[in-house]
Design a protein around this ligand. Structure first.
Ligand code: PMP
Length: 359
């Protein structure tokens, strides 16, 4: 095998070597099936075991109560921007959105196509350096739900405390922190996440939704593939699911369970993030544009004084086996994504490189 580098990509991102090796081992012939998971019918008993096992494992990891359905869907987190209003509200109804970054903004724009979606608070004016604080009195009285982006991948911010929204159901995009930190499912009406960060390769989106919040029936105009109910009734197999990605998610869930669960993932992720934040905060060369209270443990953003140094940092990091460290084009600077697949040694290698670069 060629040497693997430390990949700090924001997603699709690094997966643990053990998980990749297990997939490699099963690639040509899944035990007992005589063929690869890629070649298996999704209607076979073998595949049923894979998808049921993945769901059971996720339920254990996140302590998901029975009154919540777990779905494995396609279309990425982006399709949820549309599916959420269509399944939780009638056309024209009011919803509230906290705008904490680009994806939150996109979610709001999609919701506006369907109903009266309002921006309850935004930190756009200050460059998304923190998540907007939300209290119940900031929400329209008839808001059907409040939508937040729990962790903002691009801006390196996170709701480290959930907003106080009283009896207004909380809907959250946890794409870049699910399973990377502990989340109280019961405090949410719906959680969704694209898999390609903490869970699996791209291709599957996890939706955890309290069953009583889904409209039944939804407005007749909602296409069947955009309805949660048929997918719940068919255990995520209303049509052919993203079989391989779900299988990989199952492997990843199993790996997280073996490592000690989400609490252990969070402990490791905090340690990796603290190493970098401490170095940045104590340095005169690097700085972190994110306010302390809102800092994400999954995506650490930092900057250098000018564009020239930033380019040099990226190029020299690559030579040192550290890749995908460039910040998103809308945020600039640098960003290290420290998902579950990034080992402590990766964060240490980056910290060491930063220290050398400074010198
Ligand atoms: N929400 C967040 C927080 C994200 O980070 C991303 C992708 N990076 C998305 C939504 C969009 O996800 P997808 O590409 O799966 O549609």
């Amino acid at each position: 095998m060629e040497k693997r580098v430390y990949n700090f990509s924001a997603g699709p991102s690094a997966l643990p070597l053990e998980v990749l090796k297990k997939a490699q081992e099963d690639l040509l012939c899944y035990p007992g099936a005589g063929c690869s998971v890629m070649e298996m019918s999704h209607r076979s008993a073998d595949y049923q075991k894979i998808i049921d096992g993945a769901e059971a494992s996720l339920r254990r990891l996140m302590d998901i109560p029975e009154e919540y359905a777990v779905l494995f869907l396609q279309g990425g987190a982006t399709l949820q921007f549309s599916m959420i209003p269509m399944n939780l509200t009638h056309q024209g109804e009011t919803t509230a959105y906290a705008v904490s970054g680009n994806f939150a903004g996109k979610a709001l724009e999609e919701a506006k196509r369907w109903g009266s979606a309002v921006c309850a608070a935004s930190t756009k004016e200050t460059g998304f350096r923190a998540v907007p604080k939300i209290t119940k009195d900031m929400l329209p009285a008839d808001a059907k739900y409040l939508h937040i982006t729990g962790n903002n991948t691009v801006f390196g911010t996170c709701y480290n405390e959930l907003p106080e929204c009283g009896d207004v159901p909380l809907v959250a995009d946890w794409s870049s922190a699910i399973l990377g930190k502990q989340l109280d499912v019961r405090k949410h009406a719906l959680i969704y996440a694209g898999a390609q960060k903490n869970i699996a390769p791209a291709g599957v989106t996890v939706v955890i939704v309290r069953r009583d919040i889904i409209l039944d029936p939804v407005d007749p105009v909602v296409p069947i593939m955009l309805r949660y109910k048929p997918q719940i009734d068919a255990s995520s197999m209303y049509n052919t699911p993203p079989c391989w990605s779900i299988y990989m998610a199952g492997l990843m869930f199993g790996w997280i369970e073996e490592q000690g669960g989400v609490a252990e993932m969070e402990r490791r992720n905090r340690k990796k993030a603290a190493l970098l934040y401490d170095l940045i905060d104590s340095s005169e060369l690097f700085s972190c544009p994110v306010e302390k209270e809102s800092r994400s443990i999954m995506n650490v953003r930092f900057t250098l004084p000018d564009e020239e140094l930033t380019k040099r940092f990226i190029a020299e990091a690559k030579e040192a086996g550290i890749i995908n460290i460039k910040g998103h084009k809308s945020a600039g600077g640098l960003r290290a994504s420290l998902y579950n697949g990034m080992p402590m040694e990766g964060a240490e290698a980056l910290a060491e490189f930063m220290t050398k670069f400074k010198a």
